[in-house]
Design a binder for this molecule. Structure first.
Ligand SMILES: [Mn+2]
Length: 344
């Protein structure tokens, strides 16, 4: 029996009560969904569908190609592609499940519409600083992934027997990606026990790994090769690596959603690099993705300087400045910190 952190039982009982009658459930997640966002959404979709509910997953933006094999992903409704259907489903929903994000306003029009609905909202998440708009929150910032939270949630409901091959595969995909392949410190013994349980339920971990990581197109590999050779900045005297892509790079390599996934990790391969940043164009401004090793919080940097947040060792944010100026701002921020106190 895995050692699981207990979820608030009153909230579990309340949700159990709601699930006793058939609900029209809208499941949604954050923009540009990653493996944990889509994996947790589809895992709860399969689980709630098995209980007899009418469920739909609505994504606020398209999901990347490397996730397009997840069981039932073809059922996912992409809001910008079918805004009227999405709006109607939100208005008709009797219950919401919000997965892997905790600030509704960050979900654009979809989030605003959900916020206006009177239907109860269930949050299952593992990010810091959740917004106070959810009816029931199952959130733990020390959890490895939202998929781990879904596993705990199903377990707390006493329904682990419903974790079939589809649920298990979706959960394993999110667990693998959010722990960066069982690498980062959130990978606890309980995470490995959960993984073992999922394997016993039929997950083919070699196939899941291959679909998630051995899936580059030649075009995407050319983008990585170019980025490492021409766009990686390693300022001397700073344990920092920055990869910054210019708007013309995005055009040249026809960058699609998900193409830059994993690129931010490369500077961390260097022994003494503590922080790594990927800067990409976002309209007239920039988007930032940050990773760190050890006791340096990129969540704090993203929250204080770039209107973002996330996790201690993995966070993101935005800048109104174009890429080049954002890089200058980053170097100034890091130069102003005593980075020597942080151990990789
Ligand atoms: Mn996550």
């Amino acid at each position: 029996m895995p050692a699981l952190t207990l979820l608030p039982m009153q909230a579990i009982e309340a949700v159990r009560g709601l699930l006793h009658s058939v609900q029209r459930i809208v499941i949604t997640t954050h923009q540009r969904p990653d493996g944990d966002a889509l994996g947790s959404s589809l895992a709860i979709y399969h689980f709630l569908t098995s209980l007899g509910h009418r469920c739909v997953v609505i994504s606020p933006t398209p999901f990347p190609e490397y996730l397009s094999w997840l069981p039932a992903c073809e059922q996912v409704l992409v809001e910008p592609e079918q805004p009227e259907t999405a709006g109607r489903l939100v208005d008709e929903a009797t219950l919401f499940f919000c997965m892997d994000f905790n600030q509704l306003y960050r979900n654009g029009d979809l989030g605003l519409r959900i916020a206006r609905s009177a239907a109860p909202k269930v949050l299952i998440d593992h990010h810091l600083n959740p917004e106070d708009v959810f009816s029931f929150s199952f959130t733990d910032a020390t959890a490895s992934s939202t998929c781990e939270m879904v596993y705990r949630f199903i377990d707390a409901l006493g329904e682990r027997q419903r974790i079939d091959h589809n649920v298990a595969t979706c959960l394993y995909a999110g667990l693998l990606t959010d722990t960066d392949r069982f690498r980062i410190p959130t990978t606890t013994p309980a995470v490995h026990r959960m993984a073992a349980d999922l394997l016993e339920r039929g997950v083919d971990h070699t196939v899941v790994y291959s679909r998630l990581y051995e899936n580059f197109s030649r075009r995407r590999m050319n983008l990585f090769r170019f980025s490492l050779e021409h766009r990686m900045l390693l300022p001397e005297h700073l344990p920092v690596g920055i990869i910054a892509l210019e708007p013309e790079d995005m055009l040249r390599f026809q960058v699609q959603p998900g193409d830059t996934e994993g690129l931010v990790n490369y500077p961390l391969l260097i022994t003494d690099i503590v922080v790594s940043v990927l800067v990409t164009p976002n309209g007239t401004g920039s988007r930032l993705s940050m990773r760190s090793k050890g006791n340096f919080s990129v969540e704090k940097i993203c929250r204080e300087h770039f209107g973002g947040g996330g996790h201690f060792n993995a966070a993101g944010g935005n800048s109104l400045l174009p890429v080049r100026q954002t890089v200058e701002q980053l170097v100034a921020i890091f130069a102003g910190l005593n980075l020597a106190q942080y151990q990789p």
